[in-house]
Ligand binder design. Structure first.
Ligand code: SF4
Ligand code: SF4
Length: 197
């Protein structure tokens, strides 16, 4: 008789346990999903905008970037991830200017600390959240961020050139006046010294 009692007791516990399990399953069935089907929905994966996937040089609609080749990002990087190649070019004002040739970035050694981004004085670089960056060889992790051809130095407009020439002439005139005043003052001082003698 005892064994029949045990049998029904065990059966009752089993059924209770089954109901509890079904309760959890039912609750999870009705809870909004937080997992995503991947790669089925790779076209529109819900990645947070602030996720740092890869560094990029930002281009505007005309294909211009804001990098002035100052090297600040390269110096700020603790891992030697950024390698810049630059050159000096002549500007229409007759001065020299540093210009970007190659901006190389090694994704394989980047720790996504963002020091490069925060050190940039022109906000030329930022991280995008394109998380699919897997490649088959390490060499492919080295990216050239300035992927568009670098543009030549812009030619000045007629107004810019006229303004520059006017300013240059004004500086020359001011320098001449200052030199003449200095010479006159020196001459006057010399005259006074002669009178005393
Ligand atoms: S995020 Fe950090 S490690 Fe990566 S390139 Fe920038 S400074 Fe270097
Ligand atoms: S990306 Fe910014 S910090 Fe780096 S070289 Fe260009 S301007 Fe300088």
């Amino acid at each position: 008789m005892g064994s029949v009692k045990d049998y029904f007791s065990t059966l009752g516990r089993g059924i209770y346990s089954l109901i509890q399990g079904m309760e959890v399953t039912g609750k999870e069935f009705l809870t909004p999903k937080i997992t995503e089907k991947y790669p089925e929905n790779r076209e529109n994966p819900p990645v947070a905008p602030r996720f740092r996937a890869i560094l990029q040089l930002e281009y505007d609609a005309e294909g211009n970037h804001k990098c002035i080749a100052c090297g600040s990002c390269e110096r700020a990087c603790p891992n030697g991830t950024i390698h810049l190649t630059t050159e000096m070019v002549d500007t229409w004002k007759g001065t020299k200017k540093k210009r970007l040739v190659d901006y190389n970035y090694d994704l394989g050694s980047c720790t996504f600390c963002q020091l490069c981004v925060t050190s940039c004085p022109t906000a030329a670089i930022d991280f995008n959240n394109d998380f699919e960056q897997a490649v088959f060889t390490r060499g492919k992790l080295v990216k050239k961020l300035n992927y568009l051809p670098e543009k030549p130095e812009p030619e000045p407009t007629a107004e810019e050139r006229a303004k520059f020439e006017a300013e240059k002439q004004a500086k020359i005139e001011a320098a001449k006046k200052a030199a003449a005043a200095k010479a006159a003052a020196a001459k006057a001082a010399e005259g006074k010294a002669t009178e005393k003698e």
